[in-house]
Design a protein around this ligand. Structure first.
Ligand SMILES: [Cu+2]
Length: 279
């Protein structure tokens, strides 16, 4: 029975750990991935710092527990209850003040990191509007006056789906301002490798800035359960050189996908426009 329980626990732990790997951070609890955006360094040090602090607290707590268990265990010749004590003011003050200090430190570092990541006061190099919809994404390259419309991925289990996904192009080392909107329900725009996600909310526009610093192809997902085909709400992100980015923008322009697709369309109307444009 015990062995079966242990096997189950081990399997569950392995499954959780492996599931964590699919986000692109594959170095375990203390990742040291290279800078993928101008924010990943801040986020990773916050993550690692929190883990190290939590481990230090854990080691002290486990140590005290084991020490108390060993030193104050019931011995053979113990026939009476040990001395019963009531209050211990210094101890109670200690275990109130120390956690407050720990939370204060975590709060300060988190608030500082968030303020840095959420800062949108810089002049962006380009603006891209992202529109979430059941169950795909539309991208309006506002600074270049072109757009692309996503059609829901068909997850059949066969290979080759990735090539059919809507793809977001970003020029490397340029500060992108994302303007996030939704056509229907709440979605969440998530590029796992960027270590950041933000909701797209109908009737409310969220804005954030990020500068990708490493060329490559990344996965994008919806991170807010948004209906039946939430799992199909995938996209690719290609961080490319300025020249490649310009070439892509030109290909959209050549295909007649000029201007921005508005929020006034339902998801079905937007998808129909997208299908017409791709034909
Ligand atoms: Cu969604």
């Amino acid at each position: 029975m015990l062995r079966r329980t242990l096997t189950t626990v081990a399997a569950a732990t392995a499954a959780t750990t492996l599931a964590g790997c699919s986000t692109g951070i594959e170095n375990g609890a203390l990742p040291s991935t290279p800078e993928i955006t101008n924010h990943t360094g801040t986020i990773i040090s916050l993550w690692n710092g929190s883990w190290i602090a939590a481990l230090a607290v854990g080691v002290v707590t486990w140590g005290l527990i084991l020490w108390a268990v060993a030193v104050y265990r019931k011995r053979k010749d113990d026939t009476q209850l040990p001395m019963q004590t009531r209050a211990n003011v210094p101890l109670e003050l200690m275990y109130t003040v120390v956690p407050l200090l720990m939370i204060g430190v975590l709060f300060t570092w988190t608030a500082r990191g968030i303020a840095e990541i959420k800062d949108v006061s810089a002049e962006p190099d380009l603006q891209i509007q992202v529109i979430g919809k059941q169950w795909s994404w539309d991208f309006n390259y506002l600074s270049d006056d072109v757009h692309s419309i996503g059609v829901q991925a068909q997850l059949t289990g066969e290979e080759g789906v990735e090539e059919t996904l809507p793809t977001l192009y970003l020029p490397v080392d340029e500060n992108v301002e994302f303007i996030l909107d939704s056509r229907d329900v709440i979605h969440s725009f998530w590029i796992p490798a960027f270590l950041y996600k933000e909701d797209t909310i109908p009737g409310k526009t969220n804005v954030f800035q990020v500068m990708p610093t490493q060329e490559g192809t990344y996965q994008g997902k919806c991170a807010e359960l948004c209906g039946e085909y939430h799992a199909s709400m995938l996209f690719n992100v290609k961080v490319v050189s300025r020249e490649e980015y310009d070439a892509y923008i030109e290909s959209l322009r050549a295909a007649g996908q000029t201007g921005a697709i508005g929020l006034e369309y339902s998801r079905d109307q937007a998808i129909r426009i997208g299908i017409e444009e791709s034909e």
